[in-house]
Write a new protein. Sequence first.
Length: 122
Amino acid sequence: MASGPFQYAVAEALALPDTYFTAFREDMRAKRDLLAAGLADAGFGVFRTAGTYFITTDIRPLGESDGFAFCRSLPERAGVVAIPNAVFYDHRDAGAPFVRFAFCKRTGVLEEAVGRLKALAG
């Protein structure tokens, strides 16, 4: 992380007013809450997050158990993408029923995704 361009970017960020970071934090919190509530309403098991741009979900309440298969079929079934958590596990079977969704998106995109996932769940 000692690259010149990165150092310039950090210097620029440090010069921003505190209000920028407060507003950014609140915006991300609202997006997290919107997606978490929508996923729960769609039937996913939702693990609340406090320090990432992703919400991890359990797909077993939807009658699914294979995160890889679920994520491969999701774009065609709902026009939404997710990431299988098993790719982050040493023992992939332990992460098989878990997938994650990013909430660092525009609010309208999240609202559309939630609507599509609710329709998918029935």
